[in-house]
Design a protein around this ligand. Structure first.
Ligand code: COA
Length: 550
């Protein structure tokens, strides 16, 4: 969130004063660099294969049925018509893979942030080639995360609805609870009351619960012949009344535009519907965004080298300033408390002209490092500067071996608690990039998911777990510190924990906003900074009521 400070683009002054970081990889680290590089290349290959797989949605047969028999555009084509010709920040494209209930490519729905008529908007679009666009539990989670991002960053939201509603075999996992399907409709009302506009296109079926999404949107357009909206479809009507009624007569575009009023606009084609949405976006009355700053320096070192700096293991981490020197404008960085608590690096720099505060792990989060982190995070919050967390937390579990060590650990705990409080309450945008380990409680301190950063992305080499299973020598037993357990049990546990620690396991479950390539990090961060900044140019007056369809 941003504090109530008047709109001003920060960080244009004194840029030249920041010292240049030394970014050459020292000879003693070259071997480690090569090993990390090999690991990153393998992870990158896996990432590319998975992306390729999800780009086919529900598969070729389903795409043919969707485009030829049902005469609808594939979801990616829809996005091309809707968005400005600029980059789209897709969120969690690998969500839904390898779930207990099978693969659900992209969780059956696309989410992301793109520009429409120059305005950054959240887009939520069902992919009807994945089981008729029905919502699986992971699809519900993805939709709710997109709405959360819209609320936190005050982003206009567009829904492209083409969904058979709930995936019925899993109804108990997506219907009754607070964070299940109905929450999306609750959020819609709250978002409207917050003056976050929501627009919808009915470009396929909207059945049962799915019918509420367009009906609760502030403006809805329905596409002739392919858009239908009803609580129960023709088969249910037939079962209940014995009467056959066509989907078009029961809930087609004409009926909802002329009789029921569930839709506000009738479009004769999908293209016309997306044009309508683009026009509607230009009526939300936002101040135009300022021209993008074109003058900025690139980093002095190649971003491709980030692959060799991405640690394959915590013990393979190289000094984090080598990473910063490949991300910051001109590799320039104004360090804060450079000689104190050096296992955390804090300071200021620019990313394509945006002034940012950096908090980056450079070893274990010691007592002094945590105190420095608390101080720096408060400094950024006071000055209204967004904070970037580069997380590579240590996997150790602190078991003291002496009284004095126990005392030191308690002091560290207290310092970490103070940093957690500072991070939780910093009223500025926070973006977390997990560049290595996301382990245990230190991951909370470094603005992990439970600390609600505006965005959280992982590098493909990242590992997310309470402990690092690779360093287990015995099986921990409940209530028994002297661990026992046979070899095979240990092996099974290690394998399970190992699998559950990978970046792909994490992103499939939506514990993050997606895996990003190290060499794209700067671009993604700049997009996020622009997105979070947009709300400074909205005139927001208090309003308690949503727009209610009459
Ligand atoms: N739950 C589980 N699976 C569903 C489903 C649902 N609600 N709706 C559709 N599917 C499955 C179909 O069984 C089919 O699976 P298959 O590919 O393994 O055969 C796949 O999704 C595609 O459905 P199909 O009917 O072949 O495609 P379509 O494009 O002709 O129609 C729908 C799509 C969504 C319009 C149509 O399937 C439908 O009306 N479904 C019922 C919707 C409903 O009653 N929902 C109530 C939810 S509370």
């Amino acid at each position: 969130m941003w504090g109530a400070v008047p709109a001003r683009r920060p960080g244009r002054l004194c840029r030249a004063a920041f010292p240049v970081l030394q970014g050459r990889v020292p000879p003693e680290h070259r071997q480690l660099f090569r090993e990390n590089l090999r690991n990153s290349e393998a992870a990158l290959k896996r990432y590319t294969e998975l992306l390729e797989m999800v780009s086919k949605g529900g598969g070729e047969k389903a795409i043919l049925r969707h485009t030829q028999r049902n005469k609808k555009l594939f979801v990616r084509e829809r996005l091309k018509l809707l968005l400005d010709d600029e980059s789209f920040l897709e969120l969690s494209p690998l969500a839904g893979l390898d779930m207990p209930y099978g693969d659900v490519p992209a969780a059956g729905c696309f989410t992301g942030i793109g520009k429409i008529c120059g305005v950054w908007c959240v887009v939520v679009a069902n992919d009807a080639t994945v089981k008729g666009g029905t919502l699986y539990p992971i699809g519900v989670k993805k939709q709710l995360r997109a709405q959360e991002i819209a609320m936190q960053n005050r982003l206009l939201t567009v829904y492209l609805v083409d969904s058979g509603g709930a995936f019925l075999p899993l109804q108990s996992e997506l219907f009754p609870d607070k964070s299940h399907g109905g929450r999306a409709f609750y959020n819609q009302a709250i978002m409207s009351a917050m003056r976050i506009p929501q627009l919808a296109v009915v470009c396929g079926s909207c059945v049962a619960g799915g019918a509420y999404l367009p009906t609760m949107s502030e403006e809805t357009v329905i596409v002739d012949k392919i858009g239908t909206l009803f609580l129960a479809g023709p088969p249910l009507v037939k079962a209940a009344t014995g009467e056959y009624v066509s989907a078009e007569d029961l809930g087609g575009a004409k009926l909802h535009s002329e009789v029921s009023g569930c839709s506000d606009h009738f479009a004769s084609s999908e293209k016309e519907a997306f044009e309508y949405i683009r026009n509607a976006v230009s009526t939300v009355n936002y101040d135009p965004l300022p021209e993008k700053a074109t003058e900025h320096d690139s980093p002095l070192y190649s971003s491709d080298e980030l692959l060799g700096l991405a640690p394959q293991d915590y013990s393979c981490s190289l000094p984090v300033k080598l990473i910063l020197s490949r991300l910051m404008d001109g590799s320039r960085f104004q360090e804060f408390k450079a000689n104190y608590g050096t296992t955390l690096v804090t300071g200021f720099g620019h990313m394509e002209g945006h002034l940012v505060g950096i908090v980056a792990n450079n070893g274990e989060l010691s007592h002094d490092a945590s105190l420095k982190g608390s101080h720096f995070v408060q400094l950024c919050s006071q000055r209204n500067i967004p904070i970037l967390f580069f997380q590579n937390t240590a996997p150790h579990s602190a078991v003291p071996t002496s009284i004095s060590q126990a005392e030191a650990y308690s002091n560290r705990l207290k310092a970490q608690a103070s940093m957690m409080a500072a991070v939780a309450c910093a009223a500025v945008p926070k973006i977390t990039i997990v560049i290595g380990g996301c382990y245990g409680s230190e991951s909370y301190v470094m603005c992990g998911r439970s600390f609600s950063p505006n965005f959280l992305f992982l590098w493909p080499n990242a590992r997310v777990a309470l402990v690092d299973s690779r360093h287990f020598s015995t099986v921990p037993q409940a209530g028994d510190n002297d661990c026992t357990g046979d070899e095979s049990e240990l092996k099974r546990l290690k394998e399970k924990l190992e699998e559950e620690s990978s970046a792909f396991y994490s992103t499939a479950r939506l514990w993050d906003d997606g895996v990003i390539l190290p060499q794209n990090t700067r671009k993604v961060i700049v997009q996020c900074l622009e997105i979070t900044e947009q709300q400074k140019y909205q005139v927001v007056s208090p309003c308690q009521y949503p727009i209610i369809r009459m």
